[in-house]
Design a protein around this ligand. Structure first.
Ligand SMILES: Nc1ncnc2c1ncn2[C@@H]1O[C@H](COP(=O)(O)OP(=O)(O)O)[C@@H](O)[C@H]1O
Ligand SMILES: Cc1ncc(C[n+]2csc(CCOP(=O)(O)OP(=O)(O)O)c2C)c(N)n1
Ligand SMILES: [Mg+2]
Length: 319
């Protein structure tokens, strides 16, 4: 049976590119580049709550890091250093090797060093702490939105929630549609390049983990604005193309969660700049509404022009 230290050495100790001291000592040593602020975030994934216990370990490794990279991207920061705290029910080396493989694939794709962590025996869960860098004063927070700013969302929110609904037997999807939804659920692609490009363009930003409307509520709260969301501008077509019915597609897109897309506000004068960024990155950016001066009020404008108030609620662990 491998020891705790064998597991760390074999699976989690890899060369770090931009770090003075990484895995193996009491603490890691990193130097932020001059003129940079550190952006620090942590998110935990728990078996049964965030994933099924029999999930593919390579995909789980990817997602564990990806959801944290997404938070750093949402600040307009560059992800740099990660710490991984993991509790494992057993020293299953095949499982751990596959998990580490997926995690390091994501680390490589986003320029992240794994610089430390903790490994214990216990119910399967993992927590990554991610440290990024952003030029001092240039981070994009949730609180900079102003009435009149346009509201945008990247990519294809709703796919992951549809995938989860299908796994639970609550949605019958066409085979290729199901594949696309499961890929979104299991392998979120954090929008790092988009987050960096939106520095100096977006007035407020966050990543959508708990569902579009619920997370929009955080922008409204921190920015002191309201919002009108045009439902006709939301990207429903790709969800309907999976074979999902319209009501489920709407629920997944508006409040499903697990999207890891960026939701941001930008002044109308920056509309062309936003569109140019989307074109350069080959990433669809949807202009889905406007911030208003009615603090906290979230309205949905339907295709026929009618306005209806909506609660800004999303995924809630205790709700
Ligand atoms: N146990 C905690 N102690 C201190 N701060 C916390 C704790 N849990 C969450 N937070 C903070 O509350 C805020 C909202 O957290 P969360 O909803 O998890 O954000 P996100 O969706 O970006 O992961 C963040 O600033 C986070 O750091
Ligand atoms: C087995 C399973 N059940 C439910 C979900 C859906 N789900 C779990 S947590 C969550 C929201 C995001 O997690 P949270 O811990 O709130 O992340 P944060 O907002 O802190 O980034 C969602 C949509 C899932 N992915 N897998
Ligand atoms: Mg969190």
């Amino acid at each position: 049976m491998p020891s705790e230290f064998d597991l760390i050495r074999r699976h989690f100790d890899r060369a770090a590119a931009h770090c003075d001291l990484a895995v193996g000592d009491d603490a890691a040593l990193m130097r932020p580049r001059p003129g940079m602020q550190l952006a620090v975030s942590t998110d935990m994934l728990v078996a049964g709550t965030h994933f099924f216990a029999d999930a593919d370990p390579a995909l789980l490794g990817w997602k564990t890091l990806a959801v944290n990279v997404s938070d750093i991207a949402a600040m307009g920061a560059e992800p740099r250093w990660a710490l991984l705290a993991i509790a494992l029910p057993a020293a299953d080396e095949g499982w751990i090797a596959a998990f580490a493989g997926g995690l390091f694939d994501c680390a490589r794709a986003h320029g992240v060093d794994l610089v430390g962590g903790d490994t214990t025996c216990g119910p399967l869960n993992m927590t990554v702490t991610l440290i990024g860098e952003v030029p001092t004063g240039e981070a994009v927070t949730r609180g900079g939105g102003r009435a009149g700013d346009e509201l945008w969302v990247s990519g294809q929110p709703g796919l992951a929630a549809l995938g989860l609904a299908a796994l639970r037997g609550d949605a019958a999807l066409a085979a290729d549609g199901l594949q696309r939804c499961l890929d979104a659920l299991h392998k979120p692609r954090p929008r790092t390049a988009l987050g960096l490009a939106l520095r100096g363009v977006a007035s407020a930003m966050l990543d959508v983990s708990d569902g579009l409307l619920g997370d929009l509520g955080h922008i409204l709260e921190r920015s002191g604005t309201g919002a009108v969301v045009d439902t006709a501008a939301l990207p429903f077509a790709a969800l309907l193309a999976t074979g999902a019915d319209a009501a489920l597609a709407r629920r997944c897109l508006l409040s499903g969660g697990d999207d890891y897309e960026l939701l941001f506000a930008a002044p109308p004068a920056r509309r062309e700049a936003v569109q140019a960024i989307g074109a350069r990155l080959g990433l669809p950016l949807h202009r889905i509404g406007t911030l208003t001066d009615q603090s906290g009020a979230l309205l949905l404008r339907e295709a026929d022009g009618t306005l209806q108030a909506s609660p800004a609620t999303g995924y809630d662990h205790f709700g």
